[in-house]
Design a protein around this ligand. Structure first.
Ligand code: PEP
Ligand code: MN
Length: 342
């Protein structure tokens, strides 16, 4: 259910409607828009009698939202959400006119490795640095990440290069630590339906980068985002990172057609991960170009200065020089679309 307020409704009227919704045992989510405020209603206490809300001062109409997701839907908020990430070198936005770039290794391996890569990707134009301190690996015998020591290295990258930090939380305990150290909390593909982790991310005060699950449908992807918004965190960036198909020429199949599909249904920004999406270094550049052409709000790419010796995802990591070229080509394509990179 969605309560649409009149364009001239006062803040007091919005507050009164929210109070009535909460008094009825539901949760109210005021969503300010350019023209008017909408109030999303969530909760599982059964059907709601809308009669008492429709007659309240300032209310234009009450709409039954037929989609299973409500807060992430464009019905709740027709205009794009712009997620702002305050990095030391300046705010980076997702969902506006600018295309955001996140770059760095799959995993933080050593201080030298992270600082070397950070310096080069920063020089090439990236303002957000990625790198896992907690790694969700298929094998328990593979490198699991440096944990807190990795987060401390990321903090040094932040201080030295002014870059904002994007790093993954794999469970509720690591989320506490990641929330403290990072600028964006990444929820990985394997955790897209870890509902307790999604709820915890919804209570975090940092933006969340939510990756699509390995076999998630569009509805499942948006419902995962709904979990985060329903707990009060509206700063969610979606990420297409490839899904499992029968192909064997790539690690996954990068589903670029999901970008316009998401944009039609949801106001949330969506970016593309061409690294996990293909699993092959030589496909990262062409699919980054395609991602921008199809309308993605950003790119997250794995970059390593010595990929043959990387402790994870070396075959899909591009070299710093290749990343510099990626930024230039993405910039050229963005300009055709009236967008910038930054
Ligand atoms: C990653 O970004 O390194 C990662 C593990 O991604 P995904 O969850 O998409 O596999
Ligand atoms: Mn990786």
């Amino acid at each position: 259910m969605l309560v649409v307020m009149q364009s001239h409704a006062t803040e007091e009227e919005v507050r009164a409607v929210c109070a009535r919704i909460e008094a009825l045992g539901f949760r109210a989510h005021p969503i300010p828009g350019a023209a008017r405020t909408a109030i999303g209603i969530t909760g599982n206490s059964g059907a709601m009698d809308i009669g008492s809300l429709e007659s309240m001062p300032g209310v234009a109409e009450c709409i039954q939202v037929s989609k299973p997701y409500k807060l992430v839907s464009r019905d709740a908020k027709p205009e794009n959400t712009v997620v702002r990430v305050p990095a030391p070198c300046g705010d980076v936005t997702f969902g506006g006119q600018a295309i955001a770039i996140i770059a760095g290794p799959c995993a933080i391996e050593t201080r030298e490795q992270a600082l070397t890569i950070a310096e080069q990707v920063r020089h090439a134009g990236a303002r957000l640095f990625r790198g896992g301190a907690f790694k969700p690996r298929t094998s328990p015998y593979s490198f699991q990440g440096l944990g807190l020591a990795g987060l401390e290295i990321l903090a040094e990258v932040r201080d030295r290069f002014g870059m904002g930090i994007v790093t993954e939380a794999v469970d509720n305990e690591s989320l506490d630590l990641v929330e403290e150290h990072a600028d964006v909390i990444q929820i990985g593909a394997r955790n897209m339906q870890n509902f307790s982790l999604l709820k915890r991310a919804g209570r975090a005060r940092k933006p969340v980068l939510l990756k699509r699950g390995l076999s998630a449908t569009l509805d499942e992807f948006l419902m995962a985002a709904e979990y985060i918004l329903s707990e009060g965190n509206y700063n969610v960036i979606l990420c297409e990172r490839g899904v499992r198909t029968f192909t064997d020429h790539t690690r996954n199949t990068l589903d670029l057609s999901v970008i316009p599909a998401v944009q039609r249904l949801s106001h949330l920004p969506i970016i593309v991960d061409p690294s996990h999406g293909t699993g092959r270094r030589n496909k990262v550049l062409p699919l980054s170009r395609a991602a921008v052409a199809v309308g993605a709000d950003g790119i997250i790419a794995e970059v390593h200065h010595d990929p043959d010796r990387a402790l994870s995802d070396g075959p899909q990591s591009i070299l710093p020089g290749e990343f510099a070229r990626l930024v230039e080509e993405v910039r050229a394509i963005a300009s055709v679309l009236g967008r910038t990179v930054g």
